[in-house]
Design a protein around this ligand. Structure first.
Ligand SMILES: C/C=C/C(=O)SCCNC(=O)CCNC(=O)[C@H](O)C(C)(C)COP(=O)(O)OP(=O)(O)OC[C@H]1O[C@@H](n2cnc3c(N)ncnc32)[C@H](O)[C@@H]1OP(=O)(O)O
Length: 259
């Protein structure tokens, strides 16, 4: 598929890059549609073991919904766009392979929610995070009211959502919202180094570990243990698992084939 508002790079580490820097990578209808298609493409590509979500430009990762596009929309068009936006946010949260956000600048509103929906965040020192929706008399509609409390705790999530405050990367790190804060020029280098650590591992195991963690957090412990056993058994039945054992005993690096 040809994309206009994003760039897609394939390989063991797939990379999706928001590509509307002239609009601070604001999320318009076309970008939401293309993001859904790109995530599906990387999901179905067995050669992709993990992916990165990042953005062009040095000012913004994504400043949320395109408020200029939204200004001229009818309520019916808004409703239609909302359905598409929800699909885009769900596509990020439900992406079955490890998905890491490399945040280069403003991650606001829906842009912040895209980052929250990834498995973890590597932030540039220049990155800024915020859910300013209540300032527009709406609420975060891309999962922010659910993801943020699960990541930084209920009280701090309430303060950030009620105030609509923007926070710098250093504070996001202190709150546990991001895993790393790096100089802007090192953002992709550091992110790709972490991705290389991830993709040297069994791709099916990576997907099953993500599934066990994500679903398990919403279950009681007893049921969660049963889920973990189910995910473990999926790995047991794979050629990669046999390759892992062979490689260890032959004292060589395994070559995993996602099967
Ligand atoms: C489901 C999802 C819902 C949502 O995401 S709701 C929307 C949530 N997002 C926001 O509320 C962010 C709104 N934008 C801002 O707060 C500020 O902007 C910034 C902090 C991002 C940047 O501020 P500063 O550095 O003072 O620049 P500037 O003059 O405000 O913006 C530069 C240009 O960028 C455009 N822009 C900024 N945000 C958006 C947006 N969300 N949608 C469309 N355009 C946006 C402006 O309009 C302007 O453009 P021009 O130079 O033509 O005047």
């Amino acid at each position: 598929m040809a994309y206009e508002t994003i760039k897609v790079e394939r390989g063991q580490v797939g990379i999706i890059t928001f590509n509307r820097p002239q609009a601070l990578n604001a999320l318009n209808t076309q970008m939401a549609r293309e993001l859904v298609a790109a995530l599906e493409e990387l999901e179905l590509d067995d050669g992709v073991f993990a992916a990165v979500l990042t953005a062009e430009g040095d000012r913004a990762f994504c400043v949320g919904a395109d408020l200029k596009e939204r200004k001229n929309m009818t309520r019916a068009e808004m409703k239609k766009q909302r359905e598409l936006f929800v699909r885009a946010f769900e596509a990020v949260v439900n992406f079955p392979k490890p998905l890491v956000a490399a945040v280069n600048g403003y991650a606001l509103g829906g842009g912040c929610e895209f980052a929250l929906g990834c498995d973890f965040i590597v932030a540039s020192e220049k990155a800024t995070f915020g859910l300013p929706e209540v300032g527009l008399a709406i609420i975060p509609g891309g999962g922010g009211t659910q993801l943020l409390p699960r990541i930084i705790g209920r009280a701090r999530a309430k303060e950030l959502i009620f105030t609509g405050r923007r926070i710098p990367a250093a504070e996001a790190y202190r709150l546990g919202l991001v895993n790393y804060v790096v100089p802007p020029e090192e953002l992709m280098t550091r992110t790709m180094a972490i991705m290389q650590e991830i993709v040297q591992n069994g791709p099916i195991a990576l997907q099953q570990a993500k599934r066990a963690i994500n679903l398990g957090l919403e279950l009681d412990l007893h049921t969660a243990f049963a889920l973990e056993a189910q995910c473990y058994n999926v790995c047991l039945a794979t050629e990669d698992r046999d390759e892992g054992l062979r490689a260890f005993n032959e004292k060589r690096k395994p070559v995993y084939r996602n099967r």
